[in-house]
Design a protein around this ligand. Structure first.
Ligand code: MG
Length: 382
């Protein structure tokens, strides 16, 4: 089994698409352009090359997604790719590498499959689409001869290569002119590069109009779903409770098979409910000794992964913690940040609230705590 890594090139300043920030860091229907490219490559280690001084902007755009490495790129795309390849080599290398532009947020898994399959027979593979428009030569604004379309294709990314071969090709590049893609670097080194079928969803965002088209493509494929969750745990002897992933000192603990985090359990059930995928007990049976004393953050991460692997996006989570004590207010912002980190979304999408039940019922008598949550997600139409 070959090891695969992804190299996402995000070095551009992207001024042609308008806006205040480079296009790869702009929101595209609920997630940034680069976050969408990142999620499409998920499952393999992802290395990112960013522009000079763009480290903080990149981290914010990724919203808790963790790349294997980030590297500052060079003055040209070629220099940026070279820097990324060297970073991957320094991290131990790989058998195959997918070199991808951050500005192509839509990457169907089938394209990755075609590319890696093609590398069984070739050093490199690139996705292409046929040139469908009539092509002409221009002479100072005048239309000249029509260029036959036969044998012409538009080349997209990711471009896939045997890692050692493309690293060597980049190290040996000595041409005066800058290459427009990595296939050109590969061919200059004598590597065999084959074409596989590309996909319209891979269109590059270059101009403002491309942004609108990409947004429409994303919006058209997603529907909004809401799920709810509810959880209760009884108090037992102890000196702290875990609430939304945060350790809160208290005169009692919560009893449970895992760490008994009512907040995270309610949110996990809400997320599972939104995608109609059972409940927390179904995914993490209390009868399984693996979950004894488990940190509930992993339940939440699992639910978020289920949504992402379906191409979904978590839009919002609202959780209400119900108890007389401990006080939630002093920990609220820490809890929001922790839930956002676990779900890999901006903090603004997380709401944590608290209420008492006016000393009524089991929570009012201080026998335990409850939490309820609502989650809104957008997922591809079933
Ligand atoms: Mg529970």
């Amino acid at each position: 089994m070959s090891t695969v890594v992804a190299l996402i090139v995000a070095g551009g300043s992207g001024s042609r698409a308008g806006g205040d920030v480079p296009k790869q860091y702009r929101d595209l229907g609920g997630a940034t352009v680069i976050a969408r490219a990142f999620d499409a490559c998920e499952g393999v280690p992802i290395h990112i090359v960013h522009g000079e001084g763009h480290g903080a902007m990149l981290a914010a755009a990724l919203a808790c997604r963790q790349p294997a490495s980030t590297t500052t790129g060079g003055a040209t795309r070629r220099a940026s790719v070279r820097a990324g390849l060297e970073a991957i080599a320094a991290a131990g290398g790989a058998d195959l590498v997918l070199i991808h532009d951050a500005a192509r947020p839509g990457l169907p898994p089938a394209v990755i499959g075609r590319l890696t399959a093609a590398l069984a027979e070739a050093d490199g593979a690139v996705p292409v689409l046929p040139a469908v428009d009539t092509l002409v030569r221009l002479h100072g604004g005048h239309v000249g001869a029509t260029v036959p379309r036969d044998g012409l294709a538009r080349v997209q990314t990711p471009q896939a290569f045997r890692f050692a071969a493309i690293l060597d090709a980049h190290r040996r590049w000595a041409e005066e002119e800058e290459p427009t893609d990595d296939a050109q670097v590969a061919r200059a080194a004598g590597l065999v590069v084959v074409a596989v079928e590309g996909d319209a969803a891979l269109e590059k965002i270059t101009h403002e109009a491309d942004f609108a088209a990409a947004e429409a493509r994303v919006a058209a494929t997603l529907v909004s779903r809401t799920g709810m969750g509810f959880d209760v745990h009884a108090f037992a002897e102890g000196d702290h409770v875990m609430l939304c992933g945060v350790r809160v000192p208290h005169t009692a603990a919560l009893a449970g098979h895992s760490d008994a985090d009512v907040g995270l359990h309610a949110i996990t059930d809400a997320l599972l409910g939104a995608v109609g995928d059972g409940d927390i007990g179904h995914h993490f049976p209390p009868s399984d000794p693996r979950w004894k004393g488990a940190a509930s953050g992993q339940f939440l991460e699992h639910a978020a992964d289920l949504i992402r692997t379906r191409g979904g996006e978590i839009d919002h989570v609202d959780c209400t913690i119900i108890c007389e004590a401990p006080k939630v207010g002093p920990h609220r912002e820490t809890m929001r940040a922790e839930v956002a980190r676990l779900l890999r979304v901006p903090v603004a999408r997380i709401s944590i609230k608290a209420t008492t039940t006016e000393r009524l019922g089991f929570t009012g008598r201080g026998e335990g705590m409850a939490a309820q949550a609502v989650a809104t997600v957008r997922i591809p139409c079933a």
